[in-house]
Design a protein around this ligand. Structure first.
Ligand SMILES: [Cu+2]
Length: 123
C-alpha cells in the first residue's frame, strides 16, 4: 500500500517535470520567432500646406528618402540643394521624393513662394 503511494507520487512528480520542460521549450520558440525583424526603411515625410513646409527643418540619416507631399490647394515647388533638389511644379495632391546620400545641410525653397523655406540636415 505504501509502495504504491510512493510510485504514484513519483509518476506525478515526473509528469510535472515533463510539463515544465515542455513549457520552457514553447517559450524559447516564441522568443526566437519574436526576435526576427526586418530592417526599417529610412524615410521622412514633409507636409506642404498653408504655404508652409511642415516640419520646416528635419534631421535625417544618410540614405533617407524625404518625400514632400503637397496637401495644399495651390502649386508649389521644392527647389534647392544647389540645384540637386528640383521637384518642378508640384500640383496639389502630388508627391516628390529625394534620397539624400551625402551628409550636409540642404536649404530649399518654393520658387513660386520664396518665403516658403525649409532645411534638410543629413548626418
Ligand atoms: Cu509655394
Amino acid at each position: 500500500m505504501r509502495k504504491t503511494f510512493i510510485l504514484i507520487a513519483g509518476i506525478a512528480i515526473l509528469a510535472a517535470f515533463a510539463l515544465v520542460i515542455s513549457a520552457c521549450g514553447d517559450d524559447k520558440t516564441t522568443t526566437t520567432s519574436g526576435a526576427t525583424t526586418s530592417p526599417a526603411e529610412k524615410s521622412q515625410v514633409i507636409d506642404i500646406s498653408a504655404n508652409k513646409f511642415d516640419p520646416a527643418e528635419v534631421t535625417v540619416d544618410v540614405g533617407t528618402t524625404v518625400t514632400w507631399s503637397n496637401n495644399d490647394s495651390v502649386t508649389h515647388t521644392v527647389t534647392g540643394g544647389s540645384g540637386a533638389i528640383n521637384s518642378g511644379d508640384l500640383q496639389s495632391g502630388q508627391n516628390f521624393g529625394y534620397t539624400f546620400n551625402e551628409a550636409g545641410t540642404f536649404d530649399y525653397a518654393c520658387t513660386i513662394h520664396p518665403d516658403m523655406k525649409g532645411t534638410v540636415i543629413v548626418k
